[in-house]
Write a protein that binds this ligand. Structure first.
Ligand code: AHR
Length: 341
């Protein structure tokens, strides 16, 4: 893996291979300082000296194509062959399940806990327990909202605000040259990507009076709920020009609802999504989705490096931002044959 390289940001790239660029996000998590691994991460605690590193990983669930790719990346990387013993649990999108899993990892005395928090708030108590047990915690994909950043050692994941801004900028600049009504399919209520993609989009359209968000509701990041919510929007709204979906799966659900209503996605109603998983990219190539902002799920290799550093007692970046791309139809057609997820 290419290790921390400093800020390498690429604002708009419409084609080419995905790269996980590790960049210190100076603004994101209280500055870009590195800090020594907290808790019991020492060479003696695991693979720092070549021994197996025990890792407890609590995943959000299996709600989307993105999540499936993320799980695969983690499970394919944190293998015995690579020096890890992984305990993996699926929280089925429930915070109480994740808290239970984290407590179980604390009781087991794993070397490192990693997790992708289903929602942003409500983690301080269990993270305090991990800290008291001297087990370092690495956040992947999603952030927690805590006043005490010493409760985790590192957070790797995309900049969700930027993703929302990119989607909003495209809508504003490409479609907002005349008055348009937007409906928004939000991700899981209280989750970092739902909060941030909403606020990023809103800030990007704020100065364009042509763009109005006429309805906004959660579809919980799933295809089925995206379809159900879109069916409701089609009944309650007279005039929908654009769907902004916080992920591909909800956008794909919206396509089903739009087609079932006898309308043509991409023509009668434009759809903009976030993720760029294969199904979404295929819909973009087919002209049913009009634009996708990527959220790269392949976090496993970088997570493995972070965990090894933590266990070895090395300094790790507090915030590692994954670099994402953007795709229009032409770029999707070009990228699809070699798309990994
Ligand atoms: O946290 C990342 C988001 O979670 C992805 O965009 C979405 O598809 C997933 O459910």
């Amino acid at each position: 893996m290419e290790r921390i390289t400093g800020a390498r940001t690429r604002r708009t790239v419409l084609a080419g291979a995905s790269v996980l660029a590790l960049a210190t996000a100076l603004a994101a998590c209280g500055g870009g300082s590195t800090e020594p691994a907290a808790g019991g991460g020492s060479a003696a605690a695991g693979g720092g000296g070549g021994d197996t590193i025990t890792v407890g990983f609590s995943q959000v669930g299996a709600e989307s194509g993105w999540r499936a790719a993320n799980t695969k990346s983690i499970q394919d990387t944190l293998t015995e062959e690579n020096g890890f013993q992984l305990s993996f649990s699926d929280a089925q999108q429930k915070q109480e399940n994740q808290i239970q899993a984290l407590r179980s990892y604390i009781a087991q005395g794993v070397d490192v806990i990693a997790f992708s928090p289903v929602v942003e708030t409500g983690w301080d108590a269990v993270l305090e327990e991990a800290k008291a047990a001297e087990i370092p915690v690495v956040l992947t994909d999603r952030a927690v909202d805590t006043a005490d950043e010493s409760l985790y050692v590192s957070f790797i994941g995309s900049d969700f605000v930027l993703e929302g801004e990119r989607a909003g900028t495209w809508v504003s600049e490409t479609l907002g040259t005349e008055p348009i009504n937007v409906v928004e399919l939000q991700g899981t209520t209280g989750s970092a990507p739902a909060n941030d993609r909403k606020s990023g989009f809103e800030s990007a359209i704020a100065d364009n009076p042509n763009v109005t968000v006429v309805a906004s509701q959660t579809g919980n990041f799933t295809r089925s709920e995206g379809r159900t919510v879109m069916e409701g929007f089609l009944q309650s709204q007279d005039d929908i020009d654009v769907v902004y979906a916080h992920n591909d799966d909800m956008g794909l659900g919206a396509i089903e609802a739009i087609e079932a209503a006898g309308l043509v996605p991409g023509e009668d109603i434009k759809i903009v999504t976030i993720d760029a998983v294969k199904d979404g990219m295929q819909a973009l190539a087919d002209g049913k989705i009009s634009y996708i902002v990527e959220c790269n799920p392949l976090l496993g290799p970088d997570l493995a490096e972070i965990i090894k550093s933590v266990v070895a007692g090395e300094e790790v970046e507090k915030r590692i931002v994954v670099e994402d791309q953007e795709f229009d139809q032409e770029a999707a057609i070009e990228a699809l044959p070699t798309r990994e997820y």
